[in-house]
Design a protein around this ligand. Structure first.
Ligand SMILES: [Zn+2]
Length: 251
């Protein structure tokens, strides 16, 4: 009888494990404990770059090399029409044609989402929040524009952010159509100078070959807005900085 029970337990465990594994990218990961960043590379075969990649994100942006970076050509319009809570972050999905042009290639804005505290740090400085504007070209190559948020000294609300924040789903899996579409252009700072380097997704599967463009200027949000994000996500959602290795950071 004991043997039968044991077999059943093994069978059930095995089935559960299979369901999780065969769900592809749906393998569970998190920001702490045995599903935390240190273990991402071991959680699934497709997450191997998290452990073995040499061009991983985020990084400490330092030792920049002065170069003639062309101005970033933003072609954004209001188009953030849905806000989702995916259990890892709050994300605004974009549905109208908004793009940036890099290296003569057009990358379409798909979504933007947030991390708190910031993932990238700039010369050792961390920020309370960082936004990632995720773009893809027609071959699926990715370009991420990163924007740092500071807490407003005057406690001024970030009005564009508030359009999404007002309908932020409190529960993981929640989604809401936005009453007022968010214009990513209005989230960006006036000064659009940037740092550029190669990197990866900062979440599993940590795929490399991502063009990173980090705005030098930051914007602000009210403390209550940053606190609301933190409390809804419920834990810090920043991957620790990764080794720069042979990469060059251009400015
Ligand atoms: Zn991100």
């Amino acid at each position: 009888m004991k043997k039968k029970c044991l077999c059943l337990i093994i069978l059930i465990t095995g089935v559960c494990f299979s369901v999780v594994t065969f769900a592809g990218e749906k393998v569970h990961w998190g920001y702490s404990g045995h599903e935390g960043p240190k273990f991402w590379g071991n959680l699934a075969p497709e997450y191997t770059p998290c452990a073995e990649g040499r061009n991983q994100s985020p990084i400490d942006i330092a030792k920049m090399i002065e170069s003639d970076l062309p101005p970033l050509a933003f072609n954004y319009q209001a188009g953030g029409t849905q806000v989702i809570n995916n259990g890892h972050t709050i994300q605004v999905n974009y549905n109208t044609q908004s793009s940036i042009t890099i290296d003569g290639i057009s990358f379409e804005l798909k979504q933007f989402h947030f991390h708190s505290p910031s993932e990238n740090i700039i010369e050792g400085k961390s920020f309370p929040m960082e936004a990632h504007f995720v773009h893809a070209d027609n071959k699926g190559a990715l370009a991420v524009v990163a924007l740092m948020f500071e807490t407003s000294a005057k406690d001024a609300k970030n009005n564009e952010l508030e359009k999404a924040w007002a309908q932020m789903p409190a529960m993981a899996g929640g989604k809401a159509a936005l009453v007022q579409p968010v214009d990513a252009n209005l989230l960006l700072p006036k000064d659009r100078s940037y740092y550029r380097f190669n990197g990866s997704l900062t979440t599993p599967p940590c795929s490399e070959g991502v063009r990173w463009l980090v705005m030098k200027s930051h914007v602000t949000a009210a403390k209550a807005q940053i606190d609301k994000f933190k409390s809804v996500v419920g834990h810090p959602n920043n991957r620790p900085v990764q080794p720069v290795n042979a990469r060059m950071i251009l400015e």
